[in-house]
Write a protein that binds this ligand. Structure first.
Ligand code: SAH
Length: 347
C-alpha cells in the first residue's frame, strides 16, 4: 500500500541522475556488503549472517499451538484452477466486446466493469500496465470484493484503502506496476509476502497457477482465507492460491525456489532468505527504503559461472516514492538492518 502523496524528492532525482540513486536506495548495508554490491556481486550467505543472525532464524514451530499453524496448500501442478487459460480466452477489445465477454463469463456488476476497464486503460497509458497478460489479469480481478464494506464507492478509486489491523489494500496503479514488473508467465511459481486483502494474489492467479502468499496478522489471514473460500465458487482460480499465516521474512522453504517474489510491505534491505529462495534468473519486486518512503525496486538475480550472485536492480517507479505498511516480525517490530549499520538510504 502507499499513502496518497506521490512525490518526487528533488534530491532523490539528483541522486538518481548522478547514477548512484539505486545504490543509495539499497542502503543500510554493512560496508562489506556495500563493497560487494558496488562490484555488482552479493555473497548472500554472508548477507544472511549479517541480516538474519541466529536468534532471528525461525527453525521450528515447536511452541506454536495447532491453531497458530494455519495454512491452505495446493499441491504443485494441481489442475482445475486455470486462471491463465481463462485470461487468455478473454476478448480484450473493443471495450464493448470485453464487456459482453465479461457478462457472459462472469457475474460482475456492469458499473464495476466500466470502472475497472477505465483504470486499466489509464494504466496502459501511463505504462503501469505493459504486457497484454497483465492487462488481462488486471481486468479479471474484481477489486470490489477485496475493498471493505465501509469503503463502498471507492472500489476503483486509484488509492490505497484501510482493511483493518493497520493494513491496507494497495493502490491499483502500484499493484499494476509491481505486477507488470514481475514479468510472470504461466507455470511460474510466485511468492507474495503480505497477503493483506488478497487482491494482489487474485491478480497473480490469472497469470500463473502457482501462487503462494504469506500474511503475518492472524485475524487478517483468517478473513482473507475465508474470502477466497467464498469467492472460489465464482472465481475458481482463488482456490489455487496457497496461503499461510507466518512471517514472510523467511519465505516458504517448502515450495522454494520461486521464479518470482513480490513483497508488499516496506523494508530497508532484501531479506536474505527471500533472495536465497529466488531462482537464478528470477525477479523480486519490493518497496525498498526507510520506513517513511520507499522506492519500488525490481531485482533480478543472476548466478555467474563461478557461482557468484549478481543482482541487477531497477527503480520501476522512476524515483517516485511510496509508503507501504512496514515489514514486521511476529512481535510486531519492523525489520530493519541491525543497529550500527551504515545508513545510506537518505538521498
Ligand atoms: N498485498 C496486500 C497489501 C497489504 S499491506 C494487498 O494489496 O491487500 C501489507 C501486508 O503485509 C499487511 O497485511 C501486513 O500485515 C503484511 N506483513 C507485514 N509484515 C509481514 C511479514 N513479516 N510476513 C507476512 N506479511 C507481512
Amino acid at each position: 500500500m502507499k499513502f496518497p502523496e506521490k512525490f518526487v524528492s528533488a534530491s532523490a532525482v539528483a541522486a538518481l541522475t548522478a547514477g548512484i540513486g539505486v545504490g543509495l536506495v539499497f542502503g543500510i548495508l554493512l560496508p562489506k556488503l556495500i563493497s560487494a554490491q558496488s562490484e555488482g556481486v552479493v555473497d548472500y550467505e554472508k548477507a544472511a549472517t549479517i541480516f538474519a543472525p541466529e536468534e532471528r532464524v525461525k527453525t521450528a514451530d515447536a511452541g506454536d499451538s495447532p491453531e497458530d499453524i494455519l495454512s491452505f496448500e495446493v499441491p504443485p501442478g494441481a489442475k482445475g484452477y486455470d486462471g491463465p487459460a481463462l485470461a487468455r480466452s478473454m476478448t480484450l477489445e473493443p471495450r464493448e466486446a470485453w464487456l459482453s465477454w465479461m457478462q457472459t463469463n462472469r457475474n460482475d456488476k456492469p458499473g464495476f466493469l466500466e470502472e475497472r476497464y477505465q483504470l486499466a486503460m489509464n494504466f496502459i497509458e501511463s505504462s503501469e500496465l505493459k504486457r497484454p497478460d497483465d492487462v488481462r489479469a488486471f481486468l479479471l480481478a474484481p477489486r470490489e470484493h477485496f475493498v471493505r464494506e465501509r469503503n463502498r464507492g471507492l472500489e476503483y478509486a486509484d488509492t490505497w484503502l484501510p482493511i483493518g489491523y493497520g493494513a491496507t489494500i494497495t493502490d491499483p496503479d502500484v499493484v499494476a506496476m509491481m505486477t507488470t514488473s514481475l514479468n510472470i508467465n504461466p507455470g511460474d511459481r510466485v511468492l507474495e509476502i503480505g497477503t493483506g486483502s488478497g487482491y494482489q494474489s487474485a491478480i497473480l492467479s490469472y497469470l500463473t497457477q502457482e501462487v503462494y502468499t504469506i500474511e503475518i496478522i492472524k485475524p487478517l489471514y483468517i478473513e482473507t482465507d475465508k474470502l477466497y473460500r467464498d469467492l472460489e465458487k465464482s472465481f475458481p482460480s482463488y482456490g489455487g492460491i496457497s496461503r499461510k499465516l507466518g512471517d514472510g521474512y523467511y519465505g516458504w522453504e517448502k515450495y522454494a525456489p520461486f521464479d518470482k517474489i513480490i513483497v508488499t510491505c516496506a523494508i530497508d534491505h532484501i531479506p536474505p532468505p527471500l533472495l536465497k529462495q529466488l531462482k537464478p534468473g528470477g525477479i523480486m519486486v519490493l518497496p525498498l527504503g526507510p520506513p517513511q518512503r520507499q522506492y519500488i525496486m525490481q531485482v533480478t538475480k543472476e548466478v555467474a559461472g563461478d557461482g557468484a550472485i549478481i543482482l541487477n536492480r531497477r527503480d520501476v517507479y522512476n524515483g517516485l516514492r511510496v509508503k507501504f505498511i512496514p515489514f514486521r516480525n511476529e512481535e510486531g517490530t519492523s525489520y530493519s538492518a541491525p543497529a550500527g549499520t551504515e545508513s545510506t538510504t537518505a538521498p
